[in-house]
Structure formats: C-alpha cells, structure tokens
Design a protein around this ligand. Sequence first.
Ligand code: TXA
Ligand code: MG
Length: 342
Amino acid sequence: MLITKIYQPDEVAKAAAELRKGELIAFPTETVYGLGADATNEQAVKRVYLAKGRPTDNPLIVTVSSIAMMKNYVVELSEPAKRLLAKYWPGPLTLIFKIKPGSLSKAVTGGLTTAAFRMPANEVTRKLISAAGVPLVGPSANSSGKPSPTTAQHVYHDLEGSIAGIVDDGPTQVGVESTIIDMSAAIPAILRPGAITAEELTTFLGQEVMTDRHHVGQTEVPKAPGMKYKHYAPDAQVLIVANEQWQQALRWASRQTEKVGVMAPATILQADLPANCQGFNLGPDVESASRRLFAGLRYFDSDFKVNWILAAGFPEEGLGTAYMNRLRKSAGDQFFTTESTD
Ligand code: TXA
Ligand code: MG
C-alpha cells in the first residue's frame, strides 16, 4: 500500500517530481478531479487503469498545459479546430484529433488512430503539467463506475493506498466532465455533453455539429468508448423526478419502509420531508445542481446510506443536457412514475 499524500497548491513542484518518477497524482480541474500519470511512460499509464479498475479498451484523455505541447502529437489542425482552441482553451472542452502514428502508446489511445486532448482551466494543474514537462493522462479520478470526484476527499475515498498523491485545490466549479467534440471527421460530433453546449458550439462554428440525437446517413454518431460502460452508479437505486411529480414522489417515499434520499432544490426540501427521508440540497438551478450532483450521489452511498434516491430532473437543454446525461446513467434511465413504483 502506498501512502497517499495530500499536496497543497504551492507544492506542485513536489507532486511533479512524483509524476516524473512514474507515480500517479490526482489533480484538480474546473470539471472534476483527474488521475494524472506521465502520458509518455507506458508503465505509469497502465497503472492508471489498474488503480481505477478501468477496462483497458477505454482510451484516456491527454491533458496538456499548452497548445504547443499538444502539437507534438496531432497531425494537423483544421481552421474550425484552431478557432475552438482559441476560444475555449483553457476550459471544459476536450477535442479529438488524428494523431501522428506511434506518437502515443496504445495504453493511452486504446489502439485508436485518434486521441482526446484537454487543457484544464485550473491554474494549479497547468503549473503541475508544465513542471512535469510532459502531458498527463487524465481520466476522472474515481473508481471505475462510481460518480466522478468533485473534491480531493472523493478521490481519497476511492483511491487511497493506490496512488502517490492528490493536489487539493478545493471543490471543482462545473461538476460534470468536459464536453468532448470529435474533430477528426468532416462534421464535428459531440461525443459527450458538457458545460460547453451543443447549441453554443453550433452557433460559434456556424456549421452543423452532430449530437447523439442526429444521424449521419444511416450510421449513428460514434460514441466515446467509455460512454458504453456502467457509470456514476451509487449503491442505491436512483429515480429521476420531473418537477411536477414531486408531491406524488414524496408521498410514495413516505410509504416506504426503507430510507430514501432526496436530491432537490431547497424549495422542495423545505416542504415537510417524510421522516424516513434525508435531503441533499442541489441548489436553485441547473448550474448548482451540476456542481453538486456527484457529491450528492456519494453522500447517499457513504455518509447516509439509503435504498432509494429521488433526484430532481431538469429540462434537457443547455447545461441541462449534460446534467441529465449523467443523472440518466446513474439512474439506469429510471424516472419516478406513479405506475412504475406503486
Ligand atoms: O472533464 C474531464 O474531461 C475529466 C477531467 C479530469 O479532465 N476527464 C475525464 O476523463 O472525464 P475520462 O477518462 O473519465 O473520460 C474520457 C472519455 C471516455 O469516455 C473515453 O472513452 C473518451 O473520453 N475518449 C478518449 N479518447 C477517445 C478517442 N480517441 N475517441 C473517442 N473517445 C475517446
Ligand atoms: Mg470518467
């Protein structure tokens, strides 16, 4: 067992030295915490899969501190790609490009001819990467299948003893992982919704952007390989509650003999919750709900065990698309309905 050290933001030089030795260090980003290893060190990259319990056919994001660092690996940048980088980097947008053959190991790319690149907004992490002098692979720093970590404590809970350290820069700001846009095909395709929305990207690029609601001819938009796995799943069964269903959902909860977690805006929690229910405040809007979603799912798994979680749904537009994408996965797409639960 390793002793997992917590590094403060002013200790990035020490954390970078560990990375250069091939050790694993978790780092903060504006979306969720990532699990870093030297992307040019195949052994270190392999240990990332082991630490997370991640299937090895699921490629990793290459996390960089500059566009110049990325250019070592990318074949060429199209005009739209250059515009996206200029506008959204650093920030919560991951781009997929064709790579120079052999420039990244199979452990990073899963054998694909493309790779995903991201430059996080978090300054401490950009300093960490610069100090390490190499790009870092950066999957979310959770055990595979569990909700992504939005605090250093979440990372510690999942990975203590199997990684060398965690750089702690407090809770993350966005709370859901970056938007992934595939720029390796003629028409850009969003493989994972995030804070930078499809609506925004379509307007900015002034061209069609594929989402999984569209089809390219007969073929569906290819998914990020990781999206097919079970995700964000707490031990309890999650039921998504549409806004107009709360009264019925809470009445149903009051009839259960088991404990029920309620993740909702304060306005709903303030109404008298049944005695067997425990509330978790998602805040007033979809921004706060996205920031707190994973923390709420974890709260009901480790701090306050429940058998059911009722979680507030939001309209699937703007950031709501990313929020609902994660919530639907954690719920196995189950919504509260009077028929299905009574
Ligand atoms: O916000 C984020 O993106 C966080 C922070 C830590 O940066 N990272 C993150 O990484 O969410 P991860 O590994 O949990 O998710 C990366 C996703 C996976 O679903 C993976 O399958 C997909 O990106 N991916 C990676 N390389 C790809 C490629 N060449 N083509 C398609 N999908 C790819
Ligand atoms: Mg992940």
